[in-house]
Design a protein around this ligand. Structure first.
Ligand code: NAP
Length: 294
């Protein structure tokens, strides 16, 4: 089995890499915070001291980093991996980025004869752990076919979407719906309680009417118990809304409700919710609503 280089071992990347390792892939890994790689190193993964060093042993690099800025630094910075890669090597980026950034990275890779695959994922911490992510993939079809076995270890489904950037386009749409559904539901829950309806009744009724997004059923325990340990950090949701907004600007499309929602998430981030789960937007609204001075 080929050796795979994995860069970015946060909530998602650490679990995706672990699944590859469990299925027999040898890994060379790099993460800004080394301690997050320890569970992989204990099982035989090789540590690289920089992103550039990851490339020494591999022809396939997978990145699962937070933001376009972090990816730019890891790929093109002083110790970036891209300049160390060889012709025909593959870079599969699974991080959520804006489509124009994916296209820019694909072009930079192509200058060196490297094939960039745009492969964002749908699914959060649980599916990442169980190898049940959904890959929204775009790029060269032969390379995607070569990567199918790798993706099917980390995920349960691959959706090919065409030319570079279309995977990220689809991911933008999914996350703008995710954010706005979460926010609308949270607002309804806060208003409902102000009207005197018990929280439990609201959950029982609202989660069982067709107007409510189905994923919210799985979020209920987090909201009910105030357990905002992150599956999907709020700051990355706000980042994704920003990237969707930026993409809409590039396409000259007005997205008024997305932009209002984005700023509510930005306020929550400023009030310390950034590293909590994105569902903590409910807590943020509840607390502000309870404040008479608000
Ligand atoms: N969590 C989800 O449910 C989910 C689902 C689908 C897609 N995504 C996307 O997947 C990506 C990773 O998300 P995550 O939830 O795994 O986030 P995370 O736990 O915060 O991990 C972020 C990763 O990026 C690294 N990083 C951040 N800033 C960096 C910098 N300036 N230089 C180098 N490395 C940097 C972090 O390194 P450190 O460990 O040193 O901080 C970590 O490895 C994001 O693009 C996110 O939008 C997340």
């Amino acid at each position: 089995m080929e050796n795979i280089g994995f860069i970015g071992l946060g909530i998602m990347g650490s679990r995706m890499a672990r699944n590859l390792q469990e299925q027999g892939y040898r890994l060379t890994v790099y993460n800004r915070t080394k301690s997050k790689a320890q569970h992989l190193l204990d099982q035989g993964a090789k540590w690289a001291d920089s992103p550039k060093e990851v490339v020494q042993d591999t022809t396939i690099i997978i990145t699962m980093l937070s933001t376009p800025e972090a990816i730019r630094e890891m790929a093109l910075g002083r110790n970036g991996f891209l300049k160390a890669m060889q012709t025909k090597n593959i870079w599969m980026n699974c991080s959520t980025v804006n489509p124009s950034f994916a296209q820019e990275m694909a072009a930079k890779a192509k200058e060196k004869g490297i094939v960039y695959i745009d492969a964002p994922v749908a699914g959060t911490k649980g599916p990442a752990e169980k190898g049940e992510l959904v890959f929204l993939v775009s790029g060269d079809s032969d390379t995607m076919a070569k990567l199918n076995p790798v993706m099917l270890i980390m995920g349960k489904k691959i959706i090919p979407l065409g030319s570079i950037g279309q995977g990220s386009n689809m991911k933008m749409l999914i996350n703008l719906l995710l954010a706005q559904s979460m926010l609308a539901f949270s607002e309804a829950m806060v208003l409902g309680q102000e009207m005197g309806l018990p929280e439990e009744t609201l959950f029982n009724v609202l989660l069982n009417v067709p107007v409510t997004a189905p994923f919210l059923g799985a979020i209920r325990p987090k909201m009910e118990n105030g357990d905002y340990e992150p599956n999907f950090p709020l700051q990355w949701m706000q980042k994704d809304m920003h990237l969707a907004s930026l993409t809409a600007y590039e396409r000259n499309v007005a997205m008024p409700s997305l932009n209002i929602a984005k700023e509510i998430f930005a306020l929550a981030k400023q009030y310390g919710y950034g590293t909590k789960d994105f569902s903590s937007i409910y807590d943020y609204l509840k607390i502000n609503n309870a404040n008479d001075n608000y």
